[in-house]
Design a protein around this ligand. Structure first.
Ligand code: NAG
Ligand code: NAG
Ligand code: NAG
Ligand code: NAG
Ligand code: NAG
Ligand code: NAG
Length: 424
């Protein structure tokens, strides 16, 4: 990582440069170094946790996780939160990264910015989803900044920018009429006008694939490559695939489709609640750490590889508790679920008509993970972009950055194989 002092100098330069560019006395976009300090809320969180009681035993024994989070799993997570988890330690680890905030269009935007030492590195913006946060990418950031090689032997490294979506953790809640297209616009401002990158790449997953796709499609002059593990289009159901003559050939492809189908048929009630009544679930859980653990912990567990927490996955219980603590302590649970209310149709059932995409789109890369909650064969992705790379992984799920970080890193590095932008 760049030593703190130099990073601050760099940021100061950026502030001055943007002020000069705008020819105003007041810097248009001041970038402020930011450190996480949520310790003030920790005693209350623990007080509530200690005083919340779970049933002594399962009311319907043997039901396991088919009806939602498993009671014994929730109990053990709660016990670990109380007995083993150390927020101060987590905060210290997260503060090893360079965090910043800036204000764009009245949104306070929090982001991590780690630069490669290589001046030819490709700038990349990584977009998380729900119930993830910027922490989804913690295990991949440092490796991406290091100089490595693509599969065809080209040197590759990245300047990594990981913003928090508006309404998540340290980014301020946006107005009620804010959409993920608006998010893409301010992220474009962040990368170009504030951080000074002429071209950049993006990666998106879950709801974060919305702004990443808009960046890719609407800003194709600057966003010269996109990688996705999830896209903002509804996957085809088996009968739609059959009607389109798309045949799955391998066991892995068939497993990916079957796993994704579980979300579609029995796993999306939370989506309807958050898209239609975000206040009910939001306010119910706002000051309820155990409730947030059940609501979000279930997603981390059921959307990930059953081998989660064993290598290469670093999605441990500690990781889940860190995420939930972050939502609780930043009081951002309500605004995070509002993202669904604000963007109920982000995952479109309609794919673009052939020939209607912009002709100058950059290369698009895709990684499919076995236990993800959406499955798109290459034939569907070809409808939405300039697909140049597609890979199936038999380990990992929805949160690839923590459930299979080496695979995500390797696939992101393939951006270098197809990169035609001018790296700074
Ligand atoms: C900007 O945000 C501040 C504080 O949240 C608010 O008072 C102000 O009305 C907002 N301005 C606009 C133009 O939305
Ligand atoms: C969205 O809401 C904000 C204030 O909350 C307002 O300033 C803005 O004009 C609205 N935008 C649209 C497109 O309605
Ligand atoms: C992106 O392009 C679509 C039309 O294809 C347009 O409706 C939308 O407003 C654009 N969004 C941004 C953020 O530029
Ligand atoms: C699928 O294949 C059948 C038989 O070859 C053909 O009649 C039909 O038009 C194809 N459908 C599509 C959507 O390509
Ligand atoms: C399955 O194999 C056929 C024949 O080689 C190919 O056309 C098709 O694209 C393959 N399906 C997928 C999902 O890759
Ligand atoms: C990148 O440029 C090279 C030639 O300069 C071209 O052959 C290649 O197709 C381009 N790649 C993409 C993905 O646009």
């Amino acid at each position: 990582m760049v030593p703190w002092f130099y990073a601050s100098l760099l940021q100061l330069w950026i502030v001055l440069a943007s002020a000069t560019a705008a020819n105003t006395q007041q810097p248009l976009h001041a970038v402020k170094p930011f450190r996480i300090d949520l310790s003030a809320g920790v005693p209350h969180m623990y007080d509530l946790l200690r005083r919340s009681h779970l049933p002594a035993k399962e009311g319907y024994p043997g039901i396991g996780s088919t009806a939602g989070i498993d009671l014994s799993v929730l109990k053990s997570l709660k016990k670990e939160w109380l007995d083993d988890f150390d927020w101060q330690h987590e905060e210290k680890e997260l503060n090893r990264f360079h965090h910043f905030t800036t204000s764009i269009e009245n949104i306070t935007l929090h982001f991590i910015h780690e630069r490669s030492s290589d001046p030819h590195a490709i700038p990349i913006l990584l977009n998380h989803g729900w119930p993830g946060s910027f922490t989804e990418f913690i295990p991949v950031i440092n490796d991406l900044t290091k100089v490595s090689e693509t599969s065809n032997g080209k040197p590759i490294s990245f300047h990594v920018v990981v913003p928090s979506l508006p309404g998540f953790t340290f980014s301020s809640p946006p107005p009620a009429n804010w959409t993920l297209e608006d998010t893409a616009r301010i992220q474009h401002t962040l990368m170009t006008k504030i951080l000074g990158y002429e071209t950049f790449a993006t990666h998106g997953t879950d709801y974060g694939s919305g702004p990443s796709y808009t960046l890719y499609k609407n800003y194709s002059d600057t966003v010269r490559a996109a990688h996705f593990s999830f896209v903002p289009f509804l996957p085809y159901l088996p009968e739609q695939l059959a009607a389109a003559n798309i045949t799955l050939n391998t066991t892995l492809e068939k497993d990916e489709q079957a796993n994704a189908l579980v979300w579609r048929t029995a796993g999306n009630a939370y989506f309807s609640v958050q898209a239609t009544k975000p206040n009910t679930i939001g306010l119910a859980l706002h000051d309820n750490p155990l409730g947030q653990l059940a609501w979000m912990g279930e997603k981390f567990i059921s959307w990930s590889d059953p081998r989660q927490g064993t290598p290469p996955s670093v999605l441990t219980h500690t990781d889940i508790l860190r995420s939930v603590s972050l939502f609780y302590l930043t009081k951002s649970f309500v605004s995070s679920v509002y993202t669904y209310y604000q963007n109920p149709t982000t995952f479109s059932p309609t794919y673009p008509d052939p020939g209607t995409l912009p002709t100058d789109l950059g290369p698009m890369l895709f990684s499919a993970f076995k236990y993800n909650v959406g499955y798109w064969p290459p034939q569907l992705l070809e409808k939405i972009g300039n697909l140049v790379y597609y890979k199936n992984h038999d380990f990992g799920g929805h949160f690839a950055g923590v459930d299979n970080p080496p695979a995500l890193i390797e696939d992101l590095r393939e951006i270098g194989t197809y990169w035609n932008g001018t790296a700074l």
